[in-house]
Write a protein that binds this ligand. Structure first.
Ligand SMILES: Nc1nc2c(c(=O)[nH]1)N[C@H]1C(S)=C(S)[C@@H](COP(=O)(O)OP(=O)(O)OC[C@H]3O[C@@H](n4cnc5c(=O)[nH]c(N)nc54)[C@H](O)[C@@H]3O)O[C@H]1N2
Ligand SMILES: Nc1nc2c(c(=O)[nH]1)N[C@H]1C(S)=C(S)[C@@H](COP(=O)(O)OP(=O)(O)OC[C@H]3O[C@@H](n4cnc5c(=O)[nH]c(N)nc54)[C@H](O)[C@@H]3O)O[C@H]1N2
Ligand code: SF4
Ligand SMILES: [Mo]
Length: 681
């Protein structure tokens, strides 16, 4: 007998919503993906993947993959289905959408986020379809829009330091991020700097894996970062650690900001932040006197009422000290603004043909699914098409989200790889390909390379790409525009046009953008004034404060007798939002849903380590195992996310407790601005 094993390697890109956007190499044996590794040729990846994506073959070949279209036979939420053929499913979906669109297409809502960050399987063919239809638009705000808007208003775009130069910094401030969990390749660079003698400081209400490995941990109360930043400015002024020349030439609005900062003594900020004034003074000294100093800001600190203002306040710091003069100084929150993505060519808003559908904010899907028709709102939502997202688990106030999706008259279609909580509410479930089975192209928000993802294997079972589903629906709806026939490879080429050399992508798998090493060494911020705008004329014109300020949380710690504990819900290290929760090997590492609380808060409530507790507020209840832990500070509990509701003890997850309120800038969610009480169950 002759052995005919064939093995080959295919280059790709990690699809997940993670700043690292790693380059992948998939080993395929006899048509089956057997191993996924980091591409050693891609500098930012350096041949290393996180634990989650090292398990990607397991996820792709998972016995619970959805492999045929399904039609609901049980009640909404029950998750009982029978298999149907693709044609039957697509015909039924097209007919139902057509009937609704004939009355008002705005009654149809796409709901999607970043299950894949791919520009093709994300918002390309799908947006073309919904634009042509005239469906409601979705405001995709659930993650980063407070910080994004803050950067736009301060630097003019979502731009910052090049991540590789963190390795040369002498001081690194990790602000609102658990880098070891969510930004592993940055952490590698931070450690390189540490070995060269750099000091690492972490600012986080939780003593995270990252915080305990830094030299200093400032364990402030949630939502108090702007107060801390203003007090740092106070100290920079008082001790004259300012770069007067940089301020004069490259910033706007210092006089006003200076006046405001002078009202924030370290003592005042210490009161608000719940940390010692001495610690604030010491951080100011480090930041004011160490060069180059770099801030790795991340999204954890903007999920509160004043999140936008806090990002603005922090973004001012490197302009005050002139840290931007050095390539290893400055700040990085996002690099996404550097990418010359041709969104209009991918998404074709021209297909709206003059119509201006209403916009639904994805954060408030709970309320909006339950809203009746009205002149202000427009038609009630009659159909939702979900792809690349799991709203039942990830959207705030999920009791209402479940009630909304539970409406028997709502028509719900879900494109998914797995039977998530959202799938349980679908009328039709369409099996989706994974990254190993389709083409895609990726920008990044943590580095400055474009990555190409080639399919490594054929689609599993009857799975189809998102693009294929929307092409097929477009055909059935009679949408004849040629753009509905574009192939995925053609869409990959469209994403950057000739601004990125596609041949380099085909050959290497990645291509680097031309970005200056020290992009703001001589100012030239992409704002209207060309300066770093401490004062934003645009915000002032909207009737908002033109200068950054501290805005207390909607639900600030210590302001409620009934709900005395502030709860944050950062992601677990081995999940990616609610993805991977069903991968057994990763779930085994995480164990089960946990609530970390400080020994003093546990003792005051008679809660022992390991006990099942009820976490609650006016929005709902969450049953979870308590872990009495040094990771929690007094007064703050950490409900690690984002578990699937159906895997939780009481059939809910942490978002049962979070609210649908919005941030000051960017209309974003306030997941970490949430008061609760905890009792033994
Ligand atoms: N392993 C893993 N990696 C991920 C994800 C995941 O789910 N798992 N999610 C991905 C996604 S979608 C995103 S957006 C990024 C997010 O990545 P980051 O923005 O880096 O956020 P996290 O690592 O989630 O860490 C947030 C940290 O902020 C802290 N925090 C909470 N409230 C406050 C506050 O008010 N102030 C300050 N200073 N800190 C606060 C939390 O305790 C937590 O440690 O990570 C991506 N990477
Ligand atoms: N309490 C709390 N809630 C949070 C957060 C928090 O920190 N705390 N974090 C928030 C943040 S930062 C974010 S970004 C959101 C994330 O919210 P989502 O973007 O909804 O992220 P996931 O939970 O990972 O769900 C993505 C789904 O897309 C599916 N998927 C992946 N690739 C494809 C594909 O190619 N095609 C199709 N059809 N499906 C695909 C996956 O199987 C997965 O079920 O959650 C937010 N919710
Ligand atoms: S999730 Fe992040 S760290 Fe893990 S492989 Fe993907 S891009 Fe890399
Ligand atoms: Mo996110």
């Amino acid at each position: 007998m002759v052995e005919t094993t064939t093995t080959r390697q295919v280059r790709g890109a990690c699809p997940h919503d993670c700043p690292d956007t790693c380059a992948l190499v998939t080993t395929v044996q006899d048509g089956r993906a057997i191993k996924v590794q980091g591409n050693p040729a891609h500098p930012a990846t350096a041949g290393v993947l996180c634990t989650k994506v090292s398990h990607y073959a397991e996820r792709t070949n998972h016995p619970e993959r959805l492999l045929t279209p399904l039609k609901r036979v049980g009640r909404k939420g029950e998750g009982r289905f029978e298999p149907v053929g693709w044609d039957e499913a697509l015909d039924a979906i097209a007919a139902r959408l057509q009937a609704i669109a004939a009355r008002d297409p705005q009654a149809i809502l796409p709901y999607s986020y970043c299950g894949t960050m791919g520009l093709v399987q994300g918002e390309s063919m799908a947006m073309r379809f919904f634009h042509k239809l005239g469906a409601s638009l979705l405001d995709r705000t659930i993650c980063a829009s407070a910080g994004a808007e803050a950067l736009n208003q301060t630097y003019g775009n979502r731009v910052g330091m090049k991540v590789e130069f963190f390795a040369e910094a002498r001081l690194i401030v990790i602000w609102g991020s658990n880098s070891i969990a969510s930004n592993l390749h940055f952490w590698r660079l931070a450690n390189e700097a540490k070995r060269q003698g750099a000091k690492l400081v972490c600012i986080d209400p939780r003593r995270s894996e990252t915080a305990e490995k830094c030299h200093e941990h400032i364990q402030l109360l949630p939502g108090t970062d702007a107060a801390l930043a203003l007090a740092l400015m106070h100290e920079l002024v008082v001790n004259d650690w300012l770069d007067h020349d940089y301020i004069a030439q490259h910033t706007l609005g210092w006089e006003g900001l200076r006046e405001r900062a002078m009202r924030w003594t370290p003592e005042r900020a210490a009161q608000v932040c719940g940390v010692p004034a001495e610690q604030i003074r010491a951080l100011a000294r480090d930041y004011g006197t160490t060069k180059p100093a770099a801030i790795r800001l991340n999204y954890g600190m903007q999920r509160v009422r004043g999140g936008g203002n806090a990002v603005r306040a922090i973004a001012c710091l490197p302009a005050l000290t002139g840290a931007w003069r050095h390539r290893a100084g400055g700040m990085l929150l996002s690099t996404s603004g550097y990418f010359p993505t041709d969104k209009a060519a991918l998404q074709r808003p021209d297909l709206l043909a003059g119509r201006t559908p209403r916009t639904i904010n994805m954060v408030q899907i709970g309320d909006d699914l339950l809203r009746p028709a009205s002149p202000a709102f427009g038609p009630a939502i009659e159909a939702v098409v979900v792809y690349n997202s799991n709203p039942l688990a990830v959207a705030p106030e999920s009791g209402l989200v479940a009630r909304g999706f539970g409406r028997e008259d709502l028509f719900t279609v879900v494109l998914e790889q797995f039977a998530t909580d959202t799938v349980d509410y679908a009328d039709y479930v369409l099996p989706a390909t994974t990254q190993l089975e389709h083409w895609d192209i990726h920008s990044s928000y943590g580095h400055t390379d474009v990555l190409l993802n080639r399919p490594a294997i054929a689609p599993m079972g009857q799975a189809r790409t998102n693009t294929d589903v929307f092409r097929a629906l477009a055909r059935r709806m009679g949408f004849a525009d040629p753009c509905f026939s574009d192939s995925d490879e053609a869409l990959c080429r469209t994403a950057f046009g000739d601004r990125v050399d596609f041949n380099v992508l085909l050959e290497e798998g990645f291509a680097s953008l031309q970005v200056a090493d020290a992009p703001f060494a001589e100012g030239r911020f992409p704002t209207a004034s060309g300066r770093c705008e401490f004062f934003s004329e645009r915000l002032a014109r909207q009737g908002l404060d033109g200068l950054p300020d501290h805005l207390p949380n909607y639900e600030a710690a210590g302001t409620s007798e009934r709900y005395p504990l502030a709860m944050i819900s950062p992601p677990a290290r081995n999940f990616l939002n609610s993805s991977f929760v069903n991968v057994q090997s990763l779930r085994d590492i995480e164990g089960e849903p946990l609530l970390e609380l400080h020994a003093s808060d546990a003792a005051a409530r008679g809660i022992a380590d390991g006990a099942i507790v009820r976490v609650f507020n006016d929005r709902g209840d969450y049953l979870v195992r308590a872990r009495v832990s040094r990771r929690a500070r007094p007064g703050v509990v950490n409900g690690l996310g984002i578990w699937w509701r159906k895997l939780g003890l009481g059939g809910t997850n942490v978002n049962q407790l979070t609210s649908q309120k919005l941030t000051d800038l960017g209309r974003a969610p306030v997941f970490y601005d949430c008061l609760v009480e905890v009792q033994p169950a």
